[in-house]
Design a protein around this ligand. Structure first.
Ligand SMILES: C[S@@+](CC[C@H](N)C(=O)[O-])C[C@H]1O[C@@H](n2cnc3c(N)ncnc32)[C@H](O)[C@@H]1O
Length: 285
């Protein structure tokens, strides 16, 4: 069956609106996981006071808020996402931090509703690979950047480098609850851009220069398997929907089997430390 881009867009919007409350609940864990990634991206943007920054697919706006401090007081950040629920969470966080130079806008990244050359920098952490047409989103990104403006992005590396996702995917795939091989899916998803050459090629096709792409190891740290289970239900809508559609007894079987699969990642202190790997890219418009 061929990929239906519009059906994907509708399902993505609905899924992320539904996921937003879980992301707000788990923002502490997300912040810890994503901090080194965000810091790399912020450095790559080479920001200075007075600049105007756009964060795309921002979720709770974690990275954009780091940028806001660097471009203050005259510069500012537009924190944008397709999902209003995510932006609600981002607004609450910005208020908590007392940030006054951030604004919030519902924006689809494939058709960015901003003028040509209107921003100095664009940030997008873990967004492009989820989009129906990442090439279009990157062309749009370049259109809204002023010539010489900077882009920094992160996408997940291939699923085999990300057991935090691969093990649940194998468990659910083995039970026929999700497609077992994400590689066989033409559709967008967390691992759809997990290849350095592919990312560099897309940036080049979109007209970017000074392209660099590199991997970074990240860690999911949890006090226990129970915490990992609960967090995964909160953060992954596909896992949540596949698991909770099953009878209670099967849910318990899935949980027990996953606990065994994750057991090798138990540290000496009894906590879980599950590795992952992201790709980081930066380029100039
Ligand atoms: C994996 S979350 C990442 C959120 C945040 N950037 C972070 O790193 O924590 C993906 C986000 O991308 C947004 N998103 C997906 N496709 C989008 C699109 N085409 N346009 C705008 N936002 C999109 C979702 O609504 C969701 O908030």
């Amino acid at each position: 069956m061929s990929f239906d881009a519009n059906a994907h867009r509708d399902a993505s919007l609905q899924g992320w609106e539904e996921a937003a409350p879980g992301w707000v609940r788990r923002q502490g864990i997300l912040r810890e996981l994503g901090a080194p990634v965000s810091h790399w991206m912020i450095d790559a943007l080479r920001l200075h006071p007075g600049q105007r920054v756009l964060e795309l697919a921002a979720g709770l706006g974690e990275t954009g808020m780091l940028a806001a401090e660097l471009v203050a007081p005259m510069g500012g950040v537009i924190i944008s996402d397709q999902a209003e629920g995510m932006l609600e969470g981002a607004r609450a966080r910005a208020a908590e931090l007392g940030l006054s130079n951030v604004e919030f806008q519902v924006l689809g990244a494939e058709w960015i509703d901003l003028p040509v050359a209107s921003v100095d920098a664009v940030i997008c952490r873990w967004g492009y690979m989820l989009m129906a047409d990442p090439a279009a989103a990157l062309r749009e990104t370049r259109r809204v950047l002023r010539p010489g403006g900077r882009l920094a992005l992160a996408v997940w590396d291939a699923i085999e480098h990300n057991p935090w996702a691969q093990l649940p995917s194998q468990e659910l795939g083995g039970r026929g609850l999700v497609p077992s091989s994400p590689g066989a899916q033409p559709a967008p998803g967390p691992f759809a851009l997990g290849d350095r050459e592919q990312v560099a090629g897309l940036l080049e096709e979109a007209g970017f220069a000074e392209i660099e792409v590199q991997p970074m190891d990240v860690w999911r740290r949890h006090d226990s398997f129970e915490e990992l289970w609960d967090v995964t239900l909160d953060l992954s809508r596909s896992f949540h929907d596949a698991v909770l559609s099953r009878p209670e007894q099967e849910v318990e079987q899935i949980r027990a089997s996953l606990a065994e699969r994750f057991a090798p990642f138990t540290s000496a202190g009894g906590t879980l430390q599950v590795p992952g790997r992201t790709l980081l890219a930066a380029a100039t418009a």
